[in-house]
Design a binder for this molecule. Sequence first.
Ligand code: MLT
Length: 404
Amino acid sequence: MYKINENYLKLPGSYLFSNIAKKVAAYKEANPQKDVISLGIGDVTQPLCPAVIDAMHKAVDEMADGTTFHGYAPDLGYEFLRSAIRDNDYKARGVDIALDEIFVSDGAKSDSGNIGDIFAENNRIAVCDPVYPVYVDTNAMSGRTGEYLPEQEKWSNVIYMPCTKATNFAPELPKETPDIIYLCFPNNPTGSTITKAQLQEWVDYANKVGAVIIYDAAYEAYISEDDVPHSIYECDGAKTCAIELRSFSKNAGFTGTRLGFTVIPKELESNGVKLNALWARRHGTKFNGAPYIIQRAGEAVYSEAGKAQTKEQVAYYMNNAKVIMEGLKSAGFHVSGGVNAPYVWLETPDGMTSWDFFDHLLANANIVGTPGSGFGPSGEGYFRLTAFGTYENTLKAIERIKAL
Ligand code: MLT
């Protein structure tokens, strides 16, 4: 008889955002006349910019012609896209990344889950608490997290690094030594950031204890302050201890189009084995490449027009963040994030639990947000609103919250 991966049975409930989607669908079915506004999942609302659309149309025409048609994409991604990434995301910031250290994929969510394939089961992971749930869930699926302890809402073998108001929602170096450290800055869900000097401490720590940092920089386009690093490779020594995940979802609206990339420097080794070679092997075997049309779309993000147009979209969402921050502050809420990130993190009023506040907002203001406790136990008593809605809906939502 075949056996299933029993680690899946340990996972509590369903994926956070699937849970929320089910709740919202049930609410809408029971209240079809209500105008429900979603500021919950971090999904974009603005259409792909004209430079990207033009590139896609052109690529579609190429695919329709036998002389310019493209079949399987190269394992690591087309060189035109990897060169654009190398030059714009790294060289322009004084970081030297080689073309064969960049692996184009269908997005940072997939990569942050799949990267676990190249690590042994007996690695101990450390995560921020609260945290983007994909890191923990996918490690649980691989049997790395121990047992789920429902009363604590924690896994027995995970090192949780609380990110609280007292630490400006940044993690402190863990007391127990991890093997794999997940960091995400600008942070999802809290919208917090750390300075380059603070990130350097993490890099030094990882090199000292022999840990690898998986650095999720999906929200780097939202950085507005100078001392916040855009890439972990801006820190000295990061190439010997860090993998970086990037996405086209949040900076260029590719949540439905799917495109991202992972950087694994060739200096990154465990006992003489290069992680770059392992990931190249995995990528070649298990991934068929992001489609040509989508990679051309990604290349267009780096054109002059693409840069200007995507910058405008980021500014549009950051204006929403300002509307949320200012509106909530004027209504007496305690808020953070929202300055270098498209997420606003607020304290629930009157000591409400995160899920109670979720139900309250949905029922009384018809607004969907994300309960902080869904991201980890330290998120209890907090709530996340995203700036990815339309401007009109964001204004409307804030007026409704103020009127509660
Ligand atoms: C979120 O809402 O946290 C994000 O949309 C999740 C993701 O990007 O996968």
